[in-house]
Ligand binder design. Structure first.
Ligand SMILES: CC(C)(COP(=O)(O)OP(=O)(O)OC[C@H]1O[C@@H](n2cnc3c(N)ncnc32)[C@H](O)[C@@H]1OP(=O)(O)O)[C@@H](O)C(=O)NCCC(=O)NCCS
Length: 401
């Protein structure tokens, strides 16, 4: 961060320093979970993240609020978008309601933009982050009860940092089938393999051939982020996990596009019906849309032809125009307010649905069913092919609840 930022009341927003770390940990533990202190320490001591990923607000020497911005990537089709994730947010009770988290979110978004991030993705308490430009956009899969156990045997061992490379490869294979994917960056994988809040187990005496991240709760074992080379290894992994559960119920986060999902989906009962979603913030739709043009071009190649000279997308307040050429869509040009893009064969949707449209599970047709101001327009079939429902596999620190 360039300079410390003075805030009202003599407070100062600045980068976290080594002698703040214990106070930040205590604040996070007091306002959140006790494990948050260890997680924060692991982030700020990681060579890829470090102290500059965390900001604090101080009153003299006292840390009264904090937030951390992690470096992420989000893959959409074959385009990889740099992204940020805000984590480990808390304000001292005596300092709540003074705009400190609002100021820290502005710090995080400025830092994220400065390093070229096109998105921010996060998991956070309900509603709050809408105030900072986030929308709910991508489903968080719910854990489902294991109804039917496989036959066979599998012995697991707890993974350590030395397994990080192989687990990253297994994760890449597991995520390959999802339309949208956010992997664990190397820093978070190191952090998860060290911390106490969850444990990672692997199958294989030497090189892991399957893995799962597990949270042991009193009455159940929550199993997530599962990988396996093939379905046989997936079943051996599941058997090992049942051994670990020792009679407790097992709930599994399904990954239908991965080997574990192919092996297990039919053995899982129904999960909770209520929605959980990742928050996504799109700072500049022009830049994001431009970055996604290769993906849109590939969809356009097999879509019903767009019978218009320009693809016109209106968010009512503003409109976005991309020339339709033989080589695909041209660069995004913006224009003014356009309430009725249908006259030009275009579509309309409100600006707080950009992420849901470009990354979400509903596509323009599903959004049209839910929102009166989503209007695919006269080229609805082509628009449905351009903005289809997408599957997503995002890895974060959090495990589904
Ligand atoms: C939630 C928390 C981080 C807010 O910190 P804060 O410094 O008081 O937040 P701010 O004063 O910057 O508030 C920013 C805005 O959020 C609103 N807000 C604060 N807490 C809110 C809540 N729980 N729900 C809805 N809105 C809330 C404020 O009214 C303010 O709105 P405004 O700017 O439009 O007036 C703080 O209360 C906290 O540490 N809670 C416990 C830990 C926690 O839940 N962490 C978040 C994990 S994702």
């Amino acid at each position: 961060m360039a300079d410390p930022l003075p805030l009202p009341g003599g407070l100062l927003l600045r980068e976290c320093r080594p002698d703040d770390v214990a106070q930040v940990g205590a604040l996070l533990a007091e306002r959140g979970e006790p494990e948050d202190a260890e997680d924060h320490r692991l982030v700020v001591t990681d060579p890829d993240e470090g102290l500059s990923s965390c900001a604090v607000v101080v009153d003299g020497d006292r840390v009264v609020s904090t937030a951390t911005l992690l470096a992420e990537t989000v893959r959409v089709g074959d385009v990889v978008l740099p992204a940020g994730q805000v984590e480990l947010v808390a304000t001292d009770r005596a300092y709540e309601g003074r705009g400190l988290v609002r100021a820290l979110m502005a710090w995080a978004h400025d830092r994220s933009a400065a390093r070229g991030d096109l998105l921010q993705v996060m998991v956070g308490i309900p509603y709050l982050y809408r105030l900072f430009g986030y929308e709910y956009a991508i489903d968080i899969p719910r854990a489902r009860p294991l109804a039917l156990a496989p036959a066979g045997a599998g012995a697991l061992r707890r993974a350590g940092p030395e397994d990080a490379g192989v687990i990253a490869d297994l994760q890449a294979a597991a995520q390959a089938g999802a339309d949208v994917a956010m992997p664990h960056p190397a820093a978070r994988l190191r952090w998860l393999l060290t911390h106490e809040a969850s444990t990672t187990w692997v199958l294989g005496d030497g090189e892991p051939v399957a893995s799962a991240r597990v949270q042991e709760r009193e009455d159940e074992l929550l199993v997530a982020e599962t990988t396996a080379r093939d379905e046989a290894d997936a079943d051996r992994l599941l058997h090992g996990l049942l051994g670990l559960a020792g009679g407790r119920a097992v709930r599994v986060v399904d990954r239908p596009w991965a080997a574990t999902g192919r092996a297990w989906t039919d053995r899982l009962g129904a999960g909770p019906e209520s929605a959980e979603q990742y928050y996504v913030r799109v700072a500049d739709p022009v830049v994001l849309l431009d970055a996604l043009r290769p993906v849109l071009d590939r969809r356009l190649a097999t879509a019903p032809a767009l019978e218009v000279p320009e693809l016109v997308l209106s968010t009512y307040d503003r409109s976005y125009r991309l020339a339709v050429t033989d080589d695909g869509l041209g660069p995004v040009r913006t224009a003014g307010r356009l309430p009725w893009p249908g006259a030009e064969g275009g579509a309309a949707f409100p600006p707080d649905l950009w992420a849901a449209l470009l990354l979400g599970p509903l596509g323009i047709t599903g959004l049209d069913r839910l929102y009166a101001d989503v209007v695919p327009g006269p080229q609805a079939e082509a628009l449905a092919a351009l903005f289809p429902p997408l599957t997503a596999d995002l890895l974060t620190y959090y495990l589904p609840w």
